[in-house]
Design a protein around this ligand. Structure first.
Ligand code: HEM
Ligand SMILES: [Cu+2]
Length: 578
């Protein structure tokens, strides 16, 4: 073989590792692309399984339907939480990490073999825990509080899954190092990658907390350890349980920025402020875990008040900043795109027919109004007592993890299909409606569960008529109405979720191939008719002329303050003075 031949062989080898994205010009590492595909597909499968379980739970809590028997209810509730909150979201986040590192930084993925190992561990772990739950001895629900005991494989599956996720995080960090060394990007990493880095750092803390508590609990269920302290279990478990929600928030905020950048060309109002807001998540969220322990008798009031009334608000402030800067960035970009009339032309003429944009904006609004406000109310030491352990709690977190995170991830899928899978989205007419259907359904389950919770209905309860109780107790009849409306909303959410699955899987199998000629069109309607560079470059929007956003923010704060004080009023009714 001549030198020239071997040289061209090497070049051929390098060329074969990458393809050039016709829409963005980015060099896409094929190994990263395969991993993104595998993780995204696994995510969608678990969303399907977990979503069906969610519908069954909601139909059981609808007193007129009361679908499942008691034992099945708790089994299915455990499986639901596990499949959607853990498996759907984390597999998707792995895809986001690989996308935000290798793809956005124009770089090869570090150690793809380890990334595959991570994938396999997560898959084996997820399946093992599911089997343990379905076998029936592990209906301990998502929080798995001791002294309830699941079978050993329940914990082992979670541990394997977590080890896999940890390896995935290390591959992400390794890729950042390679990109820096090989200078595959200029200046600072893009904001979306910074957001993903935030998620990754929090994930490492989360997984460490999980290991500290789940490994001994596994040994306990095997019989090697005689006792696990219940309060210590809760404290450390929530180091994992709460932090993992902050991973989701960091990831879906990064997704908001990414979609806003790709579809309308949005740049953050200030890169520095947005980055600082991400940093606040890292600094303060662990303290905020305390809001899960507000009624624990073993912990002092000072500790609770400090962590939830002071430290928590610093993490909340991070979200408030993003909640204002994302619509602000969209407004600035849309004004640049020519929509300058009045306060709201930019919003009216936004690409509402593009499911990626619509899903992102709905996720932003619902996460802020429903999830954010109810979260601060629940997280306040004094008023938490009103709704502690009621259906208000699942009402709140379906607004955050479903209307917020899940909807944002669904929205991103509509860009991932053409850009990474290189397939056109099938059934575009239905795809256009999918985010709206799902958003309405999920808003319903959030609001009606919160409504039932405000009336006192407890969470995770199979029979609110207490038909076999020695002493009878009646909830207000409006509670039954709430649970019926919740059931109907659940059906709507399931239809919206099912449509997402059909469109995603259908596009993978039957979608028209995307080429350089049709890739921009395949991304759906966009005001600029080209993919902007905004997502891969550092830089500010360069304006604060945002009248529409200021009005939206004022509406938000008014709603926030009113609702907050209504709940203080309820507390004062609970404990009349004088
Ligand atoms: C079709 C969509 C969905 C419906 C109808 C639904 C419905 C429900 C209902 C009725 C409950 C039980 C509340 C209770 O009795 O305490 C529940 C619990 C839960 N849901 Fe969903 N849900 C859906 C999607 C999701 C998604 C996408 C996630 C996560 C991303 C999620 C996470 C959870 C969690 C973590 C629990 C608590 C499990 C536990 O208490 O152990 N749900 N859901
Ligand atoms: Cu929390």
């Amino acid at each position: 073989m001549s030198i020239a031949e071997s040289h061209s062989g090497i070049i051929g080898g390098i060329a074969a590792r990458f393809r050039t994205c016709p829409a963005t010009g980015l060099q896409i590492d094929l190994a990263a692309e395969r991993l993104i595909k595998a993780n995204a597909v696994a995510a969608v499968v678990f969303l399907l399984v977990g979503g069906v379980f969610g519908l069954l739970v909601a139909l059981t809590r609808w007193p007129a339907v009361h679908l499942l028997p008691a034992d099945m209810f708790y089994l299915v509730l455990t499986a639901h939480g596990l499949d959607v909150l853990l498996l759907w979201i984390l597999f998707f986040e792995m895809a986001v990490l690989y996308f935000a590192s290798a793809v956005l930084l124009n770089c090869r993925l570090a150690a793809p073999r380890f990334a595959w190992l991570a994938f396999i561990l997560m898959l084996v772990g997820g399946v093992l825990t599911n089997i343990a739950v379905l076998q029936g001895d592990s209906s301990v629900m998502f929080t798995s509080y001791v002294p309830m005991q699941a079978s050993p494989n329940f914990y082992l599956g979670l541990i394997l899954f977590a080890v896999g996720a940890l390896i995935g995080c290390l591959v992400f960090l390794g890729t950042l190092v390679i990109a820096k060394e090989e200078k595959t990007y200029e200046g600072s990493i893009p904001l979306v990658t910074f957001g993903a880095l935030t998620a990754c750092i929090i994930a490492i803390f989360t997984i460490a907390s999980g290991a500290i508590i789940l490994i001994p609990t596994w040994l306990w269920s095997l019989g090697y350890i005689s006792h696990i302290d219940t309060l210590m279990y809760k404290l450390i478990w929530w180091g994992m349980g709460h932090s993992s929600q902050q991973i989701n928030v960091a990831a879906h905020v990064a997704v908001w920025y990414a979609i806003a950048a790709i579809t309308v060309g949005a740049k953050p109002l200030s890169e520095k402020v947005s980055r600082t807001a991400f940093l606040m998540y890292i600094l303060f969220l662990q303290l905020a875990s305390a809001h899960h322990l507000l009624v624990e008798p073993g912990i002092s009031a000072e500790w609770k008040v400090f962590n939830t009334s002071y430290a928590m608000y610093l993490a909340v402030l991070g979200s408030l900043i993003h909640g204002m800067t994302v619509p602000g960035a969209i407004e600035a970009a849309q004004r640049r795109n020519g929509f300058v009339n009045g306060a709201f032309e930019w919003l009216r003429k936004a690409p509402w027919g593009n499911p990626a944009f619509a899903g992102m904006f709905l996720s932003l609004v619902l996460f802020g109004f429903l999830g954010g406000i109810s979260g601060v109310v629940l997280g306040t030491e004094q008023i938490n007592i009103l709704m502690h352990n009621t259906l208000y709690v699942p009402g709140h977190f379906h607004a955050t993890v479903v209307a917020g995170t899940t909807l944002a991830f669904m929205a991103l899928t509509y860009l991932v299909l053409p850009l990474i899978f290189q397939r056109k989205v099938i059934l575009p007419g239905l795809a256009k409606w999918q985010p709206y259907l799902f958003a309405i359904g999920v808003s319903g389950i959030s609001l009606f569960m919160m409504g039932a919770g405000t009336l006192g209905v407890s969470r995770r309860h199979w029979d609110i008529t207490f038909s076999d109780a020695a002493l009878s107790f009646d909830y207000p009849s409006a509670a039954f109405l709430m649970l019926g409306l919740n059931g109907l909303s659940a059906i709507l959410a399931a239809v919206g979720g099912g449509l997402y699955i059909v469109i995603t899987v259908g596009s993978l199998l039957f979608g028209e191939k995307v080429t350089a000629d049709n890739v921009v069109e395949a991304l759906g309607p966009m005001p600029t008719r080209k993919v902007s560079e905004a997502v891969k470059e550092y830089g500010n929007a360069g304006t604060f002329h945002l009248p529409g956003t200021y009005i939206l923010v004022a509406v938000f704060f008014t709603a926030f303050v009113l609702y907050y004080f209504v709940n203080w009023k309820y507390v004062s009714d609970l404990w009349p003075m004088g």
